[in-house]
Write a protein that binds this ligand. Structure first.
Ligand code: SF4
Length: 383
């Protein structure tokens, strides 16, 4: 979205959604919905929870009934907070019934951010990604962090990463999911020291710390120890559908984590989604089409790099790799903020920027891409 009132883009939404007369419905009785209800049941008036799953209907969460959505529930000042990963589908259904996005219904992350900022002066971000190295043990075609395209992949300087963390957490009070990734982050020589720094300074601000790994490295005792202390979740990407020769290494890696009582979520990837780079070019899109393309993508991954928070971590990677000029980008300069304009962080997170879309969207098909490609196909030739 184009920003016209920097620093005040969300004032209108706050007025609508924080009205004392509002009565709320929550859409979604699964993990996000039940978590939301538990957190907000004493703060706002939640009348019912909607869910399409007939097995959930008839049940309750925190004494609030789970029912099927029916327009009869919607009255003046009733609002729906959407707590599901199927936001686009629910949006289509509710829009078809004549309800308006951000007026009658809203995504729960947006509601939370507005509620925290306008009632508590707290900046909350659902997700931040920190890439600590451009080196990887694999060389996957279509890596969505663009790693094989880096001409001189290198580890990031630890001092610089610490500065990035410092400027982020100078303004941000809560990050729900903080992702450490690469390349392959376990190649990073100062990983334990970095995690120690996070533990000492920012553990209380991070709800869940994740390590994104392909499971091809070994894990030492000191890394296991700090991982346990920080309750890190290892998001283990299992590429054995494309690279069956990795199975033994990944099995061993997973076993080491489990032995160390580290939480690991192994995800077997059957196929990859093709984001389109480098073939795609949307330069022929009109400005309105570019903004719509960005709006439909709904990328969840913000990128922290060079004292800036980027809306899209792909764009942060593209800037590092030298594929685009910074001036085209969509970011907040964290070291130029002050107490009066720190709200620009959540405006960025909601998709507001001067141009209305990150420059890299012109070279990317986005999260809505329907193109499927083989998993982790290894690049043989030099790029
Ligand atoms: S279209 Fe691509 S570059 Fe643009 S926000 Fe989505 S993932 Fe990022």
């Amino acid at each position: 979205m184009k920003s016209y009132h920097k620093g005040h883009e969300l004032d209108g939404l706050a007025k609508i959604w924080l009205d004392d007369d509002n009565v709320f419905f929550v859409w979604g009785a699964a993990r996000s919905g039940s978590g939301f209800v538990k957190q907000y049941k004493d703060e706002i008036c939640i009348q019912k929870i909607f869910d399409k799953d007939t097995k959930k209907q008839g049940g309750c969460i925190e004494n609030i009934d789970v029912v099927m959505f029916e327009p009869k529930y919607m009255k003046r000042n009733t609002k729906i907070i959407i707590c599901t990963n199927f936001y686009t589908e629910v949006k289509i259904e509710l829009s078809g019934c004549g309800y308006r996005e951000n007026i009658d219904f809203i995504e729960y992350a947006a509601f939370k951010q507005i509620w925290y900022y306008y009632t508590k002066n707290v900046i909350l971000l659902p997700r931040v990604d920190l890439s600590i190295t451009n080196k990887c043990t694999l060389r996957c075609e279509k890596c969505n962090m663009l790693m094989p395209y880096f001409r001189n992949p290198e580890h990031k300087d630890l001092k610089t990463i610490k500065q990035d963390l410092d400027v982020l957490f100078q303004w941000v009070d809560v990050v729900e999911d903080f992702m450490i990734l690469g390349g392959e982050p376990l190649l990073y020589p100062n990983l334990v020291e970095l995690l120690q720094y996070i533990k000492e300074h920012y553990q209380s601000k991070i709800k869940l710390l994740h390590m994104f790994t392909n499971g091809t490295c070994t894990i030492g005792e000191d890394l296991l120890k700090i991982s346990e202390e920080l309750s890190i979740v290892y998001d283990l990407s299992d590429y054995t559908v494309g690279l069956p020769q990795l199975r033994d290494r990944i099995d061993k890696f997973e076993a080491e984590l489990k032995k160390g009582k580290i939480k690991v979520e192994r995800k077997v990837q059957e196929y990859w989604q093709d984001f389109g780079y480098p073939e795609v070019n949307h330069k022929n899109y009109t400005e309105d089409e570019r903004i719509l393309h960005f709006h439909n993508c709904r990328a969840p991954f913000r990128g922290l790099y060079d004292r800036k928070l980027y809306y899209c971590h792909l764009e942060a990677s593209a800037v590092q790799a030298g594929f685009m000029e910074e001036s085209e980008s969509c970011f907040v300069e964290l070291d130029k903020l002050n107490r009066g304009n720190k709200v620009e962080i959540i405006e960025l997170d909601r998709g507001y920027s001067k141009k209305g879309y990150p420059g890299f969207c012109l070279k990317c098909d986005g999260c809505e891409s329907k193109k499927r490609i083989p998993v982790a196909k290894q690049w043989k030739r030099k790029i």
